[in-house]
Each structure stands twice: as C-alpha cells, then as structure tokens.
Ligand binder design. Structure first.
Ligand code: FAD
Length: 865
C-alpha cells in the first residue's frame, strides 16, 4: 500500500466523497469492477485529510479476520497482474506525491494508487502473495462460493466447504494483516475455531431442520435449503465480530473531535496529530454492532441472489436439458453479483463515523469538534492498544521518511540480510508509532506520587500490550546472535545492533521486544553455559518474556570494577551451596517478576589463581534468607519498577545443581556475559543520542522561541553544536557497527579492543549531545518537561556500568603501549635502511634545517644540534 512508501503527505483515500452512500457505492464499484467501469473524475473527497487515509497502523484491523463472507474485494481490477516495471513506476509516482514533488492528484496518480494499494502490503511494502491479495479475492473466492452454494450438498460436503471458506479467510487476512497491530497465534486460532464451529453448526443444523419444517411448500423448502450457506457464513461473521471485539465494548474505543477546515489546514502545516478525547463504550457498541450488520449485508448479495436466480434457472428447459451448465452458470452469477450488487452492500456504513458528542457518555458532552461532532473508526482501531494519533510519525527528512533500512551506513550494508532490513524497518515503526507514545503512559502507570512499595510492585499494563504486539509481529529476542545461539530470532550482532539503536529511543521498547538488560546478558549466560535443566527452568520463561532476572556481582564493601574483589561467600554443604554476603546495584531486582538472580561469589578464596576463586550460581529470588533492603536511586530517579536493589544474603541455600559452568569458573562466565552486552548498550546509546539530537533540532526550529530576535537555528553557535553532534554520532555508530562485525566474524574475545573503544566512546558522545540539547531547552531541559534530563541520568551511568571508563582506558592504553618496543625497533631499522640508501647514492644525510653558521674563524664547522 501507499502507506509504506516514502513521504509524509497522505494520499486522499478516494476520488469519491466517502461521506455519502453513493460516493461509497461508486468507490466500491470502481474497485470491484475489473474493467474500471467508472471513468476517472476529479478528486472530490470531502473527508478531513487527517482521517481520510486511515493511519497505517489502523489499516487492517484484526477484527477483519474471518470477516463475514465475502471480504470486500477492495481492488479487483486489471492491476492484479501488473508487471514489476509497472509497479516500480506506480511507486515512483506515489512517492513523488507523498514527498510534495507533485501537488495534486491526477488520473495517472489515481491509477498508480490503485496498483500500489492492490499489490503491496501497507506495513512491509512488499508484494502480497498473489492469491491472497485483496485484489484477488473475487477470483479466489469464486470457487469456494460456488462450492458452498452447490445445490444438494451432503453433510460432509457442507462441512468441507465451510471449513475451506473460513481457512481461506484466515490465509487472506493473515497475508494482509497489519504487522503493527496483529493478532497473536492464540487469538487467531481461537477465532478460527469459533468461526468454523459457528458456520458448521448452523449449516449442518439448518440442513437437518429445513426438510422437517411443516406447513411449508416443497419449493420454499428448496429455497430455504439454498440459503443455508448464507445463514452459516453470516452467523460465523457475527460471532467473529463480537468475539474479536468484546474487549472494545468493555474498554471503549478512541473518539476524536471532528476537525474544521481551518483546523485541518493548520494540522497539515504543523504536522500535529488529532488527539483522542478518550475511550467511549457507547461508540464501541455502535461500531461493533454496525460492523456485525455490515458483515451480514456484505454476504447477502453473493450468497442470496445467485442461489435464488439459479433455482429459477434450474426450472427452465435450458438447464434441465443441460445439467452440466449448472456449475458455470453458478460461477457466472456469483461473479456478476460480486461486481454489480456487492458495492451496494459494501457502502452501507462509512469507515469513519461522526456522531454528536452529546449522544456518548457524559464525559464527552460539550467536547465535540466542528458542529459538536466526534468521530471514531468503525472497524479498524486495535481493541486495546494505546490511543493512537494520526501523526506522520516517521518523517525524518525534509522530503518525508527515509526508512531505517535505507539509512544503514554504507560500510555495514554488505553484512545485513534482506530479512534483517525488513525487521529493522518494522522495529523503527514499532518504536516510533507504538513504544515512544506509550512511554509516558508507562511512567504514569507505575504510579505518579505513589509510595515506594507501590511503585516497585507496579506492573504497567501498557508494557504487556506492547509485548503482545511485538511478539505477534515477530519482534522478539532479536539479541541472541545467530552464529552462537539457536534460541534467538536468527540475526547477527550487527543486525541486532542496528535494531537496538531504535530500541534505545524509548523507555519501553527494549522490554517490549524482550531485549532489555539485564535479561539479555542473563539469557546469553543461560543459553551459553546453562545445563538443560537450568535452561528449561529459567531460560525458557525468560525467552517467553514471562519472568525477569537480575545479575548480582557488585558489592557495597569492595571496589567491584575489579571482579577478583567480589567476596560474597559461596560455601558447599553436602548437596547445597550456602550464600552469605551483600550485593548492590542489582538491576531488575525491584520488579516483582524478577524470579532469578545470577549471583557471583567466592567459592574458593584460597585458590592461588585469583581468577579461579569465583563461581556463579543461580538463586531463585524467593529462596529463604534473601532481603532486598532498599532500592538505589540514579541521580534522583528510582527506575521503578525494575530498579537497582541492595540485597542481603543470610544463609541462602541452593542445590549444587544451580552452579553455572562449574566451581571456580565464575570469572569466565562474567567475561562471557559482558562482551556483546556492551555492544547492545552502545547501540541503544546511539539511538538515545539520535533522540537527543531530534529534540535539539525540534527546539532550535521552534518559531515561538526567539532569543534576541532570532530563532535559535539562526544563531550560529547552535548550528555548530548540531553539526558536531551529527559528526560525533555518525562516527560513534561506525565504531559500534565495526565492533559488532568483528564479534560476528569471530567472538567477543577477538573483538575486545573494539568493544572497549565503543564502551568508552559512545557514552561520551551521548552525554555531549544530551548536554547540547538540554542547553537549547534552557530550564525546561533539566526538568521533567522533556525526557532529556532522565536520559542524561541514565546515560551518565554508562560510564560506570559494565566496568568504568578508566578500566577500559587502562586496558586499551596498556595494550596499545605493548606495541611500543616493536615500533621503536621498526623506526630505528627504517633509519638504518635510510642511511644505507643514502650511501648507495654517495650522499650523507643532512638535517633539513642544517645551517652551519660559524662564529669566528676558529670555530669548528659542525652542526650544533
Ligand atoms: C545504573 C547502574 C546499574 C548497575 N547494574 C548492575 C547490575 O545489574 N549488576 C551488578 O553487578 N552491578 C551493577 N552496577 C554496578 C556497576 O557495574 C559498578 O558500579 C561498576 O562495575 C563499578 O564498580 P564500583 O561501583 O564498585 O566502583 P569501584 O570499583 O569502587 O570504582 C570506583 C571508581 O574508581 C575508579 N577506578 C576503578 N578502577 C580504576 C582503574 N583501574 N584506574 C583508575 N581508576 C579506576 C573509577 O573512576 C571508578 O568509577 C550498576 C551500576 C549502575 C550505576
């Protein structure tokens, strides 16, 4: 669909006025008619520009799954078999409109829109598998409909065709489904079973009932029998609508104030979205009821008219003498009805419904927009997603939107698969459209002003919604690199690094896709070193996102940047280890869902090898003897609910089978854990720096802010800061991607230098860019007004966590210094060789500034250097 193409301008949805019934009929007829019966007319769409093109994330509502047969054949026209060159041309035309190069719709553009909309998936921008394109619906369904409407079907035949029909609906809906607001497999299966059960029960039941009806003529019984498939399909559709959207009726759907023409014009200029007034259950009931009715209406023409006409025709001598003609006649009738009668039914209700605000719940009274009206999307809003605004979120360029996959630095491109590129674009959309708008909701759901206990007991519902969505669109566990783990999503460190950049722009995104620290590192430990039993108990629920984890190394009483100092005691007693000591900065321990502590301690303090004294054991968080004494703040932020705990262990007993890798191998485990994790942190920090720069740019281009008579962007010093930020972010990104490629080529050990470099470089860049952005916002920059202050607090910790800067710098410096002797030797050898070459030419080496100025005639003629 055109939504997937670059550019921020929305195309009008139709050349017809979709607010009128006949406008919708013409639209439906045009797209259902293979020969495009209606000649092109100038655009006359009167719908508000912000709502006419339904936002991409709303385009394919899950409730469209198992629609009442038949699904609207949205785009059946000759565009179905468009060539790839034709498709490319159409895409170029659409892009030129969306990026503002072409100002108004032309007949050629309408045609291009038809081609693109009928071929490409709205989210991925990839062509949909041909038989499952909506444009192919009439053709693919011809056979199924004819099968269902076959006169005198046996029970087995009836069941067969009903199941085939529902299965085809699943296939078509899945192929066209919204990748940003999709159904989970479980929901899909539940609804499939319900629709199949409803349609089969009604079909078989009525088939048995109709022949037994008394006081009805045989002809009427035959007619009723022929309408049984209609009843079956209609009831399956209605059951499906209510099942799918019961949540909407319970929670309500978003309603928006209708915009006046002036407001629309203003919105187009500023790019501001229309904010939801809140959720209305009354609007939801109306929307769901209308959708159910429309599903019955949509099924009526195709499933009622052809069987009735066929019944009459079968009485004529023509068909009586030629029973083989029944099938082609049936097919012809269905096809003709699809084209001519279906549009009348499809047009029954507008997609966006406007009603008086006063007809909804009291909280909406008096809050309507133009004419006191509010509007809502009849069938497309995701049942329980956060409020969605119709904002062109992804605009990132003066010309519109350049997808993330097209912004991959040139040097990294050869290492990125097509699949990763698609996923990257999906990550970008998910973060920008779903996660970032949910961040504030998440913070509020933790509890503004709530007690410490309540804040750390909180489990914001919005995160579970996001997780559900992310899982369903395949954004899950992307962090586990493919060349080392079979459990992950099959991406390389580089590919995941590119994705992690976007995750770093949102507070909720990493957790939403199950790629949040410290779980990522902990899962790597379990996947790499865990026994099968340990994996089953801890890794599986972690990979599913059902529990969370913490990594306990740092201790309050010792300098923990040197892991050999760690002294929590791990003493073996029979088949158990007994743990005693203190830990702090145990990130994630505050979360009630944190069920496992991966704990480092000393099991062999007298070992002569100081790197063999430590062990790592798995400690279930509910083991007796553990007290989370307090939570620690990060420059004033509590980071609830996961937080950073100060934990006491008093005679905590775990079975010896909970050891990781073996006694004395704790150092190895910790080393193995930290490598790729640092790349993850670094890439998220690059994303955070990009976000800071975005805020910076937004502020300096704000026309309302004019210190000393000029917008900030006209003050040269600000532009210089922007330029520096751009340079620093871009070079830091290259360094991180380089490190990721190096890990992919070998392992974390072989990339120690590159990892250390970015571990030091990136937090510095992030803090510098944040500082410039904060400065541009003045006092607002250090307050809760923007996310910059909390981003700075969290960014600052990056110079300490996973080893302070100094440790890495020392290591890097030491390793660099090791080359000193070799380099000195090389330089001397080169000098010697140079002397030899001089002598070949009979020359003496001279100093380039040799002067030989002598004072007094007795003075020796020599250089005085
Ligand atoms: C937000 C946050 C989350 C954290 N999460 C976790 C977690 O989940 N699990 C966990 O175990 N730990 C965690 N930590 C702890 C973190 O890993 C440690 O703070 C870090 O390793 C430093 O250890 P330390 O605090 O004991 O400082 P120390 O080791 O005492 O070091 C203090 C300072 O000494 C200086 N220094 C250290 N070594 C050298 C050197 N070689 N040369 C010169 N100067 C040096 C540095 O300036 C350093 O900052 C977290 C910390 C923060 C802030």
């Amino acid at each position: 669909m055109s939504a997937s193409l670059p550019g921020s301008r929305d195309l009008p949805a139709s050349r017809y006025d979709l607010s009128t019934y006949w406008g919708r009929v013409r639209q439906s007829a045009q797209i259902a008619d293979p020969s495009a019966t209606f000649p092109p007319t100038p655009p006359q769409c009167h719908l508000p520009s912000d709502i006419t093109p339904v936002p991409p994330s709303l385009r394919h509502h899950p409730s469209a799954t198992f629609p009442l047969y038949p699904v609207p054949p949205t785009q059946w026209n000759p565009t179905l078999f468009v060539s790839s060159a034709g498709l490319e041309h159409a895409k170029q035309l659409i892009t030129s409109y969306k990026t503002g190069q072409v100002r108004s719709m032309t007949p050629e553009l309408w045609e291009a829109k038809k081609i693109v909309d009928s071929t490409l998936h709205p989210d991925t921008g990839e062509p949909v598998f041909l038989p499952f394109r909506m444009s192919c619906f009439v053709l693919t369904n011809l056979v199924v409909t004819a099968g269902m409407l076959t006169p005198n079907l046996s029970t087995r035949g009836t069941l067969f065709w009903q199941i085939v029909n529902q299965s085809l609906n699943v296939a078509i809906n899945s192929a066209n489904a919204n990748k940003c607001s999709p159904l989970s497999i479980a929901d899909l299966a539940r609804n499939y079973v319900a629709a199949v059960s409803a349609s089969c029960t009604v079909a078989v039941g009525l088939n048995a009932l109709v022949p037994r009806l008394k006081r009805i003529s045989p002809n009427t019984k035959i007619v009723l029998g022929r309408l049984v498939p209609f009843a079956a399909v209609a009831s399956a559709g209605v059951v499906n609508v209510f099942l799918m959207r019961s949540d909407e009726i319970r929670k309500g759907i978003d309603v928006f104030p209708v915009q006046s023409e002036a407001q629309k014009a203003d919105r187009e200029k500023t790019g501001k979205g229309v904010e939801s007034l809140g959720r209305s259950r009354k609007a939801a009931t109306l929307a769901v009821g209308e959708t159910a009715i429309s599903r019955v209406l949509n099924a009526t023409p195709i499933m009622v008219i052809p069987p009735l006409i066929l019944f009459r025709l079968q009485k004529t001598d023509l068909l009586k003498a030629r029973p083989r003609m029944v099938l082609p006649v049936n097919l012809g009738l269905i096809l003709v009805t699809s084209v001519f009668a279906l549009p009348l039914a499809l047009a029954a209700f507008p997609q966006r419904q406007a009603i008086q605000a006063s007809s909804l719940e009291p909280e909406f009274h008096g809050r309507g927009g133009d004419g006191g009206l509010v509007e809502f999307n009849r069938g497309l809003s995701y049942p329980s997603s956060p409020p969605i605004m119709s904002v062109p979120y992804l605009v990132n360029d003066p010309k519109g939107h350049i997808p993330a996959s097209q912004r991959i630095p040139v040097i990294a491109r050869p290492f990125v698969s097509e699949r990763a590129k698609k996923t990257l674009d999906l990550v970008e959309r998910f973060v920008e459209e779903d996660c970032i708008p949910s961040d504030a909701v998440y913070i509020q759901q933790i509890g503004v002003g709530a007690s410490i206990k309540d804040r750390f007991d909180a489990h914001p519902p919005v995160i579970e919604e996001l997780k559900k969505k992310a899982k369903a669109i395949g954004l899950w566990n992307m962090f586990l690199p493919k060349n080392h783990f079979k459990e992950g999503a099959g991406f390389s460190n580089l590919e995941y690094g590119l994705m992690a950049e976007y995750l770093g722009k949102s507070r909720t995104a990493s957790e939403a896709v199950n790629c949040a620290a410290p779980d990522t590192g902990n899962m790597e430990v379990l996947a790499k070193y865990g026994t099968e039993a340990q994996k089953k108990r801890w890794l599986v629920p972690l990979l599913n996102g059902d529990i969370r984890s913490a990594f306990l190394m740092t201790e309050p009483q010792v300098a923990s940047s040197d892991a050999t100092n760690i002294e929590l005691s791990i003493r073996r007693e029979g088949n158990e280890y007994v743990l005693n000591g203190q830990k702090w900065w145990s990130s994630g321990a505050g979360d009630r869902r944190c069920e496992i502590y991966i704990t480092m301690g000393k099991s062999d303090p007298n070992n002569s090898n100081k790197y063999r004294q430590q062990s790592v054991v798995l400690v279930p968080a509910d083991t007796p003897g553990i007290t989370i004494k307090r939570m620690l703040s990060v420059i004033g932020f509590d980071d609830a609910p996961h937080g950073h705990g100060h934990i006491e262990f008093k005679n905590v007993r775990v079975p010896v089978s909970n050891i990781v890798l073996g006694e004395g191998r704790g150092f190895e485990v910790v080393q193995g854990r930290l490598g790729p994790g640092r790349i993850h942190h670094a890439m998220r920090s690059i994303g955070a720096a990009e976000k800071a720069l975005e805020y910076f740019l937004a502020r300096i281009s704000d026309p309302e802010r004019k210190p000393f008579g000029q917008q900030l962007s006209q003050h040269g010093i600000q532009l210089e800061r922007v330029a520096r930020s751009r340079i620093e972010i871009d070079s830091a990104r290259l360094a991180v991607l380089n490190a990721a490629i190096k890990i992919d080529e070998g392992d974390a050990k072989s990339a120690l230098k590159e990892i250390a470099e970015v571990k030091v470089q990136v937090p510095g860049v992030l803090l510098d860019v944040l500082d410039r952005a904060i400065q541009a916002y003045g006092a607002a920059g250090v307050s809760q007004e923007t996310p910059l202050a909390s981003m700075w607090a969290s960014g600052r910790t990056m110079r300490i966590v996973d080893g302070p800067d100094e440790v890495h710098l020392l290591q890097l410096g030491r390793n660099e210094a090791k080359r000193g002797d070799a380099l000195r030797n090389r330089i001397n050898q080169q000098k010697d060789k140079s002397k030899a070459i001089f002598s070949q030419y009979g020359m003496q080496p001279l100093d380039v500034l040799q002067l030989d100025r002598v004072s007094g005639s007795a003075a020796p003629k020599s250089t005085r250097l």
